[in-house]
Design a protein around this ligand. Structure first.
Ligand code: DAH
Length: 377
């Protein structure tokens, strides 16, 4: 009996002294576990005569109860202490200013599209859009691109597989299926959609994504263009040149912009011109401005344009005897790189947050003509 009492006292002392829940559990296993000493004492009752058992059992049961109670009490105390320590270490001071949450930025392409819209709105141009998944008729046929035009080849244009059967037309053997679907290769089909939908007169720009099977340092399979279209009664190339010159002066925010219109060929314009802008080389960087033929200057191509081909007007249901106009197409990524000084087109579409933080714009930096369309954040 004394033995039982001293073992119990020792167990209670150890339970009391446990400094963690893990240590406490060790004590529980040592006493009350399957092979714990209290359990063994209880088992030994089985080997006793009924009289012995009657005498010994209540003492052992009492010890077991006392130890179990001590463990439960200690467990509560340890848990409470743990909670208090946690609360003490995690106090929240509601009077402190909140940490600033990370803010996204406006991609330079989006910013430049806003700048374009702002400048052209001032010249009376509306913004038009069209589908990026386009059909053959709007993307090629109505733009007077014949069946054997190289841009219609499978290796240049992304066709949709279920409609690619008609792509044999690219070889010139079969008529192109006007409903064959593809990813638009330029923004020019928006010209057709707008003419069909609203008729003449027209004054619009159509910025957006276009797709070609092309990939290297200066070409990505997806890139951005802006189309321009003006249809009215007495429009001529002079209007085109003035419009583009006025746009570039506002966009690059300098007066010494010189354009050169170079004869070219596009099926949808007649005559067609390529638009070059004079630039100088400053510290390895191309800076737009000045006359391309001057010392230290050169010309750089920015896009194509021309007078809308009368056949295109006819395709779109506009009478070419009554109406005429000009159209142009510019690369948005290209002019964004020139204005804001990036040199690798691929970085535009990598989605690297460091690049976006460096070249991106604040959402609050709305381009306006009065405040300057190109204010850096
Ligand atoms: N669509 C042409 C291209 O992607 C660019 C272009 C050239 C558009 C002349 C025009 C234009 O509107 O008149 O290469």
């Amino acid at each position: 009996m004394t033995d039982l009492t001293s073992r119990k006292d020792e167990a209670l002392r150890l339970i009391q002294g446990a400094s963690s829940l893990a240590e406490l559990d060790e004590q529980r296993v040592a006493a009350l576990g399957k092979k714990g000493w209290v359990s063994l004492e209880l088992k030994s009752l089985g080997g006793m005569s009924p009289e012995e058992r009657q005498e010994a059992a209540p003492a052992i049961q009492a010890v077991r109860g006392e130890i179990a109670d001590a463990i439960a009490a200690k467990k509560d105390a340890l848990e409470q202490a743990e909670l208090e320590a946690q609360l003490a270490s995690e106090t929240v001071d509601l009077t402190l200013p909140a940490p600033e949450s990370p803010r996204g930025s406006i991609h330079p392409v989006s910013q430049v599209m806003d700048e374009l819209a702002e400048i052209f709105a001032d010249l009376g141009f509306a913004v038009a859009t069209g589908p990026e998944i386009e059909d053959d008729w709007h993307n090629f046929t109505a733009l007077n691109m014949d069946e054997s035009h190289p841009a219609r080849a499978m290796h240049d244009t992304f066709y949709f597989p279920d409609t690619a059967a008609g792509a044999g037309a690219a070889s010139g053997n079969e008529a192109a299926d006007p409903k064959r679907m593809l990813l638009r290769t330029h923004t020019s089909p928006v010209q057709i959609r707008s003419m069909v939908e609203q008729g003449a007169p027209i004054r619009l720009i159509a910025p957006g994504r276009v797709y070609r099977s092309d990939s290297d340092a200066t070409h990505t399979p997806m890139f951005h263009q802006v189309e321009g279209l003006v249809i009215d009664r007495d429009i001529h190339l002079g209007h085109l040149k003035w419009t583009l010159e006025t746009f570039f002066k506002a966009f690059f925010e300098r007066e010494d912009i010189v354009l050169r219109l170079r004869p070219s060929y596009f099926p949808f314009t007649e005559p067609s011109v390529e638009v070059d802008v004079g630039y100088s080389n400053e510290g390895g960087r191309r800076v737009v401005g000045g006359h391309g033929d001057d010392d230290g200057h050169d010309w750089m191509e920015l896009g194509g344009s021309g007078m809308v081909n009368p056949r295109v007007l006819e395709f779109a249901g506009i009478d070419p005897k009554e109406w005429q106009g000009f159209a142009f197409g510019l690369g948005i990524d290209r002019i964004a790189m020139l204005k804001y000084g990036m040199n690798d087109l691929r970085a535009f579409f990598d989605g690297d947050p460091r690049w976006l933080k460096h070249y991106g714009f604040s959402p609050f930096d709305q381009p306006t003509l009065s405040a300057g369309v190109g204010v850096r954040p």
